[in-house]
Ligand binder design. Structure first.
Ligand SMILES: [Zn+2]
Length: 454
C-alpha cells in the first residue's frame, strides 16, 4: 500500500515537472551596445575604488545585479565572420539565425527572419524599443525592421511607423521628416502614434502608442545631460515605456539599448564610457526593482558585441622599455614601474564629456591660436584636471591626442572598432537559469520564447 502511494506521488511529481515555473509575463532586455566584459569590470571596479557621491556604498547596481542573477558567456560570430557589427548582432539575437554584417532582420541569404518581437505581438503582447542612439540605428532596427542594408535608415523609419510596436523612443527626427519621409510623422499620427519630441510632452502620454523622437540624430551623451533639460534620459524613457506597456494584461517585451557606450568606446574615451555605464546602471536599477516587485518579469542584460577593448597596464614611467630578456626569455623589470594607482579611476570619472566634440572647436580657432598650449588647456578643461600630456611643439590630430590622454591614464586599447571577444549575459527572474553556461547569440531568441511561453 505504502509502495503504491509512493509511486503515485512520484508519478504526479514527474508529470508536473514540465509545468514547473509559470512562463514570464513580461521581458525587459537591456543591451549595452559595445559593452564587453572588460568594460563592465572596469565600471564595477571604478565604483568600488573611486569616491562617487551617487554610490555611497561603493557598489554599482550592476555588481549587485550580477551577484543575484544567472550569468553566462556567449559568442557573437556571424554566418561568415568572427567579428560582428550591431545590425547583424541585433538580427541574430532577435531572429535566432546567423546573418552577415550590415544585415537588418534578414538571414545570410537576405530572407526576412521573424523577430522575437514579431512573435510576441502575435501572442498578444505589447512591444517597445528604446535607445539613446536613434531609433533607425542598427540595434533597434535589427529587432523591428527587415533590410539587407543598415544604411537604409529611411526605409527602417517607415517600417517602424507602419509596424506594430506600441512604444518607440530615442533619437532620429531627421529620418522621419526629410527626403522620402517628409510626411512620415503625419502618417505616424494616422497610424495611431502619439508623436512627442521632448521630455515634458512624453510625460503627458498615459496610454496608447507612443513615438518619441528627442534628437535630430543620436541623443546626447549622458555626461552632457545637464545641457539638455528637455531630453529624457534612458531611465526616464524606460519608466514611461514600462508604464504604457504594462497596461496590457497579456504582458510585454521591451528592448532597451544603452547605445552611447559604443560611441564613446569607438573613440577610445574611457571617462565618457564610464558615464554611459552610470546611465545604464541607473536604468538597470529601475527595471530590476520593477522585476523584483512583479516577480513575473524576466530581466536580461547583455551586449551586442565588444568595442574598443580598453585595459589598464603597467608601464615604465619614463617611457623606457623593460630590460632586455635573459637567455631564458625572462623579462626583468627595471624599476620605475607604474602599476596604475586607484586614483586613476577618480581622474577618469572627472572626464565626463567627449574630447571628440572639443577638438573641432579647437580647430575652428584662428590659426595663430591653435597652439599646443591652447590644446593642452582645452583638453584639461574637459578632463577636469591638470594632466601632463607631453605634447611638445606639435599639434596632434584628434586620434594622436586621444593616444596621449590614454597614455597618461595608464590605458591601452585594442582597437577603435569592434572585437570578436566573448560577451557576458545576465538574467534575473522566471526561467533565468536557461541563460547560464556558454552559448551563441542566436540561442537567445529561443531562450526568450521558452521563458515567455511563446
Ligand atoms: Zn553595437
Amino acid at each position: 500500500m505504502m509502495k503504491k502511494r509512493w509511486i503515485c506521488f512520484l508519478l504526479t511529481f514527474l508529470l508536473a515537472l514540465p509545468l514547473c515555473g509559470q512562463p514570464a509575463k513580461n521581458a525587459v532586455w537591456i543591451i549595452g551596445d559595445g559593452m564587453g566584459p572588460g568594460v563592465m569590470g572596469m565600471f564595477m571596479q571604478g565604483v568600488q575604488l573611486a569616491g562617487l557621491s551617487q554610490y555611497p556604498d561603493k557598489t554599482s547596481t550592476l555588481e549587485k545585479f550580477i551577484k543575484a542573477s544567472q550569468t553566462g558567456l556567449y559568442f557573437s560570430h556571424t554566418h561568415d565572420s568572427v567579428v560582428s557589427d550591431s545590425a547583424c548582432a541585433a538580427t541574430q539575437m532577435a531572429g535566432g539565425v546567423k546573418s552577415t554584417p550590415g544585415a537588418v532582420g534578414v538571414d545570410a541569404q537576405g530572407k526576412n527572419i521573424t523577430s522575437l518581437l514579431e512573435e510576441a505581438i502575435k501572442a498578444g503582447k505589447s512591444v517597445g524599443v528604446i535607445t539613446d542612439s536613434y531609433v533607425a540605428d542598427a540595434t533597434p532596427a535589427g529587432f523591428l525592421a527587415h533590410t539587407t542594408n543598415r544604411a537604409d535608415k529611411y526605409s527602417i523609419a517607415r517600417q517602424i511607423v507602419y509596424g506594430q510596436a506600441q512604444v518607440i523612443l530615442g533619437g532620429g527626427i531627421k529620418y522621419f521628416s526629410q527626403h522620402s519621409n517628409e510626411n512620415l510623422l503625419e502618417e505616424a499620427k494616422k497610424q495611431g502614434w502619439q508623436v512627442v519630441e521632448n521630455l515634458q510632452d512624453m510625460q503627458k502620454v498615459n496610454k496608447g502608442r507612443l513615438l518619441g523622437l528627442f534628437a535630430d540624430e543620436a541623443m546626447p551623451f549622458y555626461g552632457e545631460k545637464e545641457e539638455h533639460a528637455n531630453v529624457p534620459t534612458l531611465k526616464e524613457m524606460t519608466q514611461k515605456a514600462i508604464d504604457l506597456l504594462s497596461q496590457n494584461e497579456k504582458g510585454f517585451v521591451l528592448i532597451v539599448e544603452a547605445g552611447k557606450i559604443d560611441w564613446a568606446l569607438h573613440d577610445n574615451e574611457l571617462g565618457p564610457t564610464l558615464w554611459e555605464m552610470i546611465n545604464l546602471d541607473e536604468t538597470l536599477a529601475y527595471v530590476w526593482d520593477f522585476a523584483q516587485k512583479k516577480k513575473d518579469t524576466l530581466l536580461y542584460l547583455n551586449a551586442d558585441h565588444e568595442t574598443g577593448v580598453p585595459a589598464f597596464h603597467y608601464y615604465n614611467v619614463y617611457g623606457k622599455q623593460f630590460s632586455d630578456k635573459t637567455a631564458q626569455g625572462e623579462k626583468l623589470y627595471s624599476g620605475n614601474m607604474d602599476y596604475v594607482g586607484y586614483q586613476y579611476y577618480n581622474k577618469l570619472f572627472k572626464h565626463k564629456k567627449m574630447l571628440y566634440f572639443m577638438y573641432p572647436k579647437f580647430r575652428k580657432l584662428p590659426k595663430e591660436e591653435q597652439t599646443t598650449e591652447k590644446l593642452q588647456q582645452m583638453t584639461q578643461e574637459i578632463l577636469g584636471e591638470k594632466m601632463e600630456l607631453d605634447l611638445g611643439t606639435w599639434v596632434p590630430p584628434y586620434e594622436a591626442l586621444i593616444r596621449k590622454v590614454n597614455q597618461a591614464y595608464g590605458l591601452v586599447w585594442a582597437t577603435p572598432n569592434h572585437s570578436g571577444g566573448m560577451l557576458l549575459g545576465v538574467a534575473y527572474g522566471p526561467h533565468a537559469q536557461q541563460f547560464g553556461g556558454v552559448y551563441h547569440n542566436t540561442d537567445l531568441k529561443d531562450k526568450f520564447k521558452k521563458a515567455l511561453g511563446l
